[in-house]
Design a protein around this ligand. Structure first.
Ligand code: MTE
Length: 390
């Protein structure tokens, strides 16, 4: 018998009355009890919010799909809600027939729908030197995963008769004030790059490039040019500001590494994670996300003792290339301090490195491409915090 539990013994209003009508909200929104679920800007990270980033709340998401309203944002010069009837995409350069496409022109072409992750090259960048931010939202939240619908770039390039012999690269340019421009090699462009107008079954959100953006699976987020207005075919990389001044890796010998565009295999435990408190001793489901810009995730190991011993986690389906993969593992917490880590392995056999392994090659003056193993410390009180284990 449930002594004194009024929540189960007494019938609340909603079991006795008439609920709200259909279409009371023509476009639905989350429950009023979920208001804390927000993408957030890291205080003090950037000087102006138009050239900033908002992080996705990974600690509160389930499965692998990021809801459209919680997709992380990264803008170099603010976002725009562009009128699709006025938007155009130009394909030019080393092509037989340069073309200017309207949205109608694009959307009558053969389309594909594919699920992929997008990760900013700067994700986890604040952690290169030492522990910097408290929660998984800020350590790993420049990460999202959607089903994208659009036309393959190869279809557009064929439509314009691109120079198959000498066209070795494409340049993608955005229609915002930052004139975001990125070079992508032709073999990648022809592989799985798309010009997408939809995410998760509806048109892109303005923040994410409405009405069209480039989807460049496996490549760092900066190559996913939003508000896409121009594709140029050329025979060499353009070395624009976004690939020479920015998104380069400062190596220990002082040399800048350029065009290290692929997001290498990485994973993180999302629950329990920094800022959370474990309720009690006993059983807990430990869960997280794994991904690789080179293909499928093959295995995720989890350690509860800072990397001394590892157990293999359960990988959830679907298994798709360049897409997030959810993992789960059982854990019985005995109340003693613990350090939780996850380590992902992709189909190429690449193993996610420890932070000291990464620093040995990369030094600690980088910003981009930190795919190190993340450690969460569980204190006796159950409080979870961000730590680094060498
Ligand atoms: N495209 C344009 N036109 N302008 C931008 O500022 N930011 C880039 C990329 N595409 C950017 C852009 C960066 S750095 C990233 S990480 C991704 O968009 C972020 O995409 P999202 O805002 O949809 O998460």
């Amino acid at each position: 018998d449930f002594k004194g539990e009024s929540e189960i013994l007494e019938l609340p209003e909603h079991t006795k009355g008439l609920g709200q009508p259909v279409a009371a909200r023509g476009y639905g929104s989350p429950s009023q009890f979920e208001q804390n679920l927000q993408r957030r800007e890291s205080p003090g990270l950037t000087r102006v919010s138009a050239a900033s980033v908002s992080f996705a709340p990974l600690q509160a998401l389930f499965g692998i799909i990021t809801p459209n309203g919680l997709h992380f944002e990264r803008h170099h010069q603010g976002w725009w809600d562009i009128d699709p009837s006025k938007h155009r995409l130009m394909v030019m350069g080393m092509v037989k027939q340069p073309k200017v496409y309207t949205m109608d022109d694009l959307m009558r072409l053969p389309s594909v729908s594919r699920m992929h992750f997008i990760e900013c090259g700067a994700n986890t960048g604040m952690e290169w030197g030492n522990v910097a931010v408290p929660t998984v939202q800020y350590t790993h939240g420049m990460l999202s995963c959607c089903e994208y619908t659009g036309v393959l770039l190869s279809t557009l390039l064929d439509d314009c008769g691109f120079d198959r012999k000498n066209g070795k690269f494409i340049l993608a340019e955005g229609a915002d004030g930052s004139s975001m421009t990125r070079t992508i090699s032709m073999d990648r462009a022809l592989d799985d790059v798309m010009v997408a107008w939809a995410m998760n079954g509806e048109m892109l959100r303005p923040e994410n490039g409405y009405p069209i953006r480039l989807v460049a699976p496996g490549l760092q987020g900066v190559s996913w040019v939003k508000w896409l207005r121009r594709i140029e075919v050329g025979d060499q990389p353009w070395a624009t500001k976004d690939e020479t001044l920015h998104y380069v890796d400062l190596m220990p010998d002082g040399v800048h590494r350029q065009y290290s565009s692929i997001q290498e295999c990485k994973s993180v435990i999302t629950t329990p994670s920094g800022g959370q408190t474990i309720l009690d001793k006993g059983f807990h489901n430990v869960t997280g996300l794994a991904w690789s810009g080179r293909g499928r995730i093959k295995r995720v190991d989890v350690s509860f003792d800072g990397g001394r011993n590892w157990r293999t986690a359960r990988l959830e389906n679907p298994e798709m290339p360049k897409c997030l993969r959810r993992f789960n593992i059982d854990w019985v917490w005995n109340g003693a301090p613990a350090i939780l880590q996850s380590r992902a392995i992709d189909e190429t056999g690449y193993v996610q490195p420890k932070i000291n392994q990464l620093r040995a090659v990369r030094g600690s003056r980088s910003i981009y491409h930190n795919n190190a193993i993340q450690s969460w410390k569980v204190a006796e009180t159950g409080e979870v915090s961000n730590v680094q284990v060498y």
